[in-house]
Design a protein around this ligand. Structure first.
Ligand SMILES: Nc1ncnc2c1ncn2[C@@H]1O[C@H](COP(=O)(O)OP(=O)(O)OP(=O)(O)O)[C@@H](O)[C@H]1O
Ligand code: SF4
Ligand SMILES: [Mg+2]
Length: 347
């Protein structure tokens, strides 16, 4: 049994059970037993009022986890989990109608690209009313937008989405998703990726304000470690479909334990020094990262890890408690070996 199950089990029995509780989630996009799972043994829980960040390289499975929670995976996809619960509701057992009732009402998704989420030929107000659900007319919509400082948009509901900036549109979508339906859970998939830093700050402030006002639980996916550090309470680091480290923001940024987390943090541009390789994660191999094969038996990070031992090649590590965090590694906490461009080339 995965020892990581124990802590959330205790939380479930506590007076304040988690809003979202995921144990051993697996997702495969094809009915092919040999295909790698896009998500493998993912476990975490989220409390009301908490913001959990999910970070990790492209293709590590972050969006798949969010889509699995919302049951928005494509046909032919295989999902299994020991537990996939939203406020005690077993999501995998709900029929499509029940899921439709939950989505948008109690669980909302903030999309990555706001421009493609709305039609440019249908008036904005009409689309937002449909998104907000029954009982929301133009007057209420305008009131909600004014509440978050979007007066200019509130006066232009008969206009079109292309008349707004990307930042305005993203804030409009977050406001409508979160304030109109007042969901309990907000899943935000890279909500600030396409925005400049000023608008990004406005969007993040809005998320924090909504969390404080409504007690929302939020899962925030981002590639921007600065965004995660400023906004989240806890962070899950994903690699190859697995959570490899789950810790508070303070612990993760202050004392990262998994070799992949350490390298992810070391690749933040502010930390670069002249002469250091751009991709420190190519430590032992010059091949493009995505072309390195996963170990069939051992650790999925084996080919890229500077600390791999014989054990790592034969025994896949599980997510285990370490200090106040959880880490999937046989040898956590190693300091990074010094890397220089020259040493990399000789390896
Ligand atoms: N609809 C799909 N059909 C088949 N495979 C998919 C589909 N969506 C995602 N995948 C695969 O699942 C894996 C995880 O993808 P996912 O989109 O969850 O990654 P991600 O961490 O969100 O990446 P990014 O940071 O680029 O958004 C990848 O290997 C991807 O190719
Ligand atoms: S288990 Fe071994 S190969 Fe995997 S991350 Fe830890 S040290 Fe590296
Ligand atoms: Mg994604």
């Amino acid at each position: 049994m995965n020892p990581a199950v124990d802590a959330p089990e205790q939380a479930r029995q506590a007076p304040n059970p988690p809003l979202l509780d995921i144990r051993n989630l697996q997702v495969r996009y094809r009915h092919n037993p040999d295909a790698h799972a896009a998500v493998h043994d993912v476990s975490f829980s989220l409390r009301r009022g908490e913001i959990l960040g999910l970070v990790g390289e492209s293709g590590s499975g972050k969006s798949t986890v969010l889509n699995a929670v919302l049951r928005l995976l494509p046909d032919g996809c295989r999902l299994s989990a020991d537990r996939l619960e939203f406020e005690g509701i077993a999501l995998a057992e709900q029929n499509p109608e029940a899921m439709r009732a939950l989505r948008g009402r109690r669980m909302a998704l903030v999309p990555q690209r706001p421009m493609t989420s709305l039609s440019p030929v249908i008036p904005l107000g009409r689309q937002l009313r449909r998104l907000a659900g029954p009982g929301i007319d133009d007057a209420r919509l305008a009131e909600l937008l004014r509440q978050v400082g979007l007066q200019a948009v509130a006066e232009r509901l008969d206009g079109y989405s292309f008349q707004l900036s990307g930042g305005q549109l993203q804030r409009v979508l977050i406001t409508v998703s979160a304030l109109a339906a007042e969901p309990d859970l907000l899943l935000a998939d890279e909500p600030t990726t396409t925005l400049d830093t000023t608008v990004q700050a406005q969007v993040l402030r809005l998320l924090l304000e909504l969390r404080d006002r409504l007690g929302l639980g939020i899962v925030l996916v981002s590639h921007d470690l600065g965004v995660i550090a400023q906004t989240c309470d806890r962070v899950g680091v994903m690699h190859a479909g697995r959570i490899v480290e789950l810790a508070s923001v303070k612990d993760l940024f202050g004392d990262p334990q998994h070799p992949y987390t350490r390298r992810l943090l070391a690749s933040v541009p502010e930390r670069w020094e002249r002469g250091r390789p751009l991709l420190p994660d190519t430590h032992r191999h010059r091949a493009p990262l995505r072309l390195l094969p996963l170990s069939p038996t051992g650790c999925a990070y084996l080919q890229r890890c500077p600390h791999a031992s014989e054990r790592c090649g034969v025994e896949a590590p599980e997510l285990r408690p370490l200090k106040d965090a959880q880490v999937r590694c046989h040898h956590p906490g190693h300091a990074e070996p010094a890397t220089t461009g020259k040493a990399e080339e000789q390896a």
